[in-house]
Design a protein. Structure first.
Length: 461
């Protein structure tokens, strides 16, 4: 029996399964392709295909359902787009491996989306708080889930080389955990915390590499963790940026395990468990999540907590949010950054939105005032001397505060006297017309709808 080590990273058959039920994918019939051992397809030597199952736990389903206003169909579709983008990024990282006798690619055999806590019990059973869990215990119970899977009618048809479970729950500094050298055993499993798209992609690829035999750079090898390749034990954005590459040591580790499995006749990576049918999520060019989710909702998707709110950029340059997106952490009383970028379609200037980490002009982008695009940063407090102040304090005495650059940005609505044209038009015109079409509705709702309907609500806040 191979000893399975546990490694951490700190800082489907063409049908999506939703809690074990095939999800509608646009075809006339949904089904899970079942294959026998005899129908497995041998691939050419040296060309390894990792067939992965992505499990989206209940915490993520619940979170995305919430930000999509409890529309189940939309939430599931957007989860597919999000994790489809992660899958594409992971595959690109593995296809970049060169210099060893094997080539790698990663295909997704399915997305198992859990709509109830019971479906992802191996995580839910080990919560230590409302939004925290013990990742080590969860991984061990994940192993039991996989061992019992063949006897579960809903799960027995799943075929995969490895499985990664994604969650919104935090486990301290750990972004992920996996069983090292678990490939081609029942322990080919890992757990990853979903945060921003790029970080989650790197973490998923990192944990998968542990399963496929790679250790950390700088541990019992000649590579340095500080060179920040993909298998560095931690990330430092101020150090060398090699996160999108495997170090020489990592490649050697991957090759060693693949060769060992090959020699033992146990290399599941050289065979396909599902013949020619994978979950290739086509992400339409028209899908711009930044036009669908408010800045606050984007923070909630990243951190998994409704208390996190978008922070206006300290220097007032909204173009920067496409590459450096910060969120207000109520508990720590700071605007925090975790590698986040404004989602594609996020307004970053007048007739401008985020695209591929940059703020670009687009005729379809909404008109906006560059100095107060999103109103005050809710709940933010900032220090001046020995006291902390809020935007409510600024509202009462703008002349005493608004000469400070950061205050002018954080509390731009409170400082609006200096910028009377901060709102050019409503951001959600149709919604504002439908929901704020009477004087009574405006009086009742405008204070909470300033961002969405700034023009309609101009006289009511």
């Amino acid at each position: 029996m191979r000893l399975i080590l546990i490694a951490a990273f700190s800082v489907i058959c063409g049908s999506t399964l939703v809690c074990g039920i095939p999800e509608y994918s646009g075809e006339t019939e949904n089904y899970v392709v079942e294959t026998s051992e005899n129908s497995r397809l041998k691939r050419a030597g040296g060309d390894l295909l990792v067939e992965a199952l992505y499990i989206i736990d209940y915490s993520l389903y619940k979170l995305w359902l919430s930000v999509n206003k409890n529309n189940r169909e939309t939430a599931i579709q957007h989860l597919r787009y999000h994790f489809g983008a992660i899958a594409q990024g992971v595959n690109k990282l593995y296809q970049g491996i060169s210099g060893i006798r094997y080539t790698y690619s990663v295909k997704i055999v399915g997305y198992y989306i859990c709509e109830t806590a019971e479906e992802s019990y191996f995580i839910e059973n080990h919560k230590t708080g409302e939004h925290e869990f013990n990742i080590d215990k969860a991984l061990k119970e994940f192993g039991k889930w996989n061992a019992n899977r063949p006897s579960n009618p809903k799960l027995s048809s799943l075929k995969f080389d490895l499985a990664i479970a994604f969650t919104s729950y935090s486990s301290g500094t750990f972004h992920g955990l996996a069983n090292t050298e678990g490939a081609c055993t029942p322990f080919s499993l890992g757990i990853v915390r979903n945060t921003v798209l790029e970080t989650t992609t790197f973490t998923a690829a990192h944990e998968m590499a542990h399963i496929l035999g790679s250790g950390h750079d700088g541990y019992q090898n000649n590579c340095r963790g500080t060179d920040n390749y993909l298998m560095s034990p931690s990330r430092d954005e101020y150090d060398k940026n090699n996160y999108d590459k495997f170090s020489f040591c990592s490649k050697v580790d991957l090759e060693k395990l693949a060769l060992k499995l090959e020699n033992e006749g146990k290399n599941c990576l050289s065979r396909s468990n599902v013949i020619g049918s994978y979950e290739e999520v086509a992400i339409p060019a028209s899908y711009l999540p930044g036009t669908l989710h408010t800045p606050d909702e984007q923070c909630q998707l990243v951190y998994g907590l409704p208390s996190f709110k978008f922070c206006n950029p300290e220097n007032g340059d909204f173009k920067s949010i496409c590459s450096h997106y910060t969120c207000w952490d109520v508990e720590r009383q700071v605007c925090t950054y975790d590698g986040g970028k404004g989602l594609p379609g996020t307004t970053c200037g007048n007739k401008m939105w985020c695209s591929a980490g940059r703020c670009v002009s687009n005729p379809n982008a909404p008109a906006a005032n560059d100095t107060c695009m999103y109103g005050n940063t809710p709940e933010i407090t900032f220090p001046i001397g020995n006291k902390r102040y809020s935007c409510q304090d600024v509202e009462k005495d703008p002349r005493n505060f608004c000469n400070r650059t950061e205050v002018k940005s954080y509390c731009c609505w409170a400082c609006r006297a200096e910028n009377p044209n901060w709102c050019l038009e409503d951001r959600f015109v149709d919604w504002c017309k439908q929901n704020l079409n009477t004087e009574k509705k405006k009086v009742a709702s405008c204070k909470e709808s300033t961002y969405e309907c700034c023009k309609t609500c101009e006289k009511y806040v």
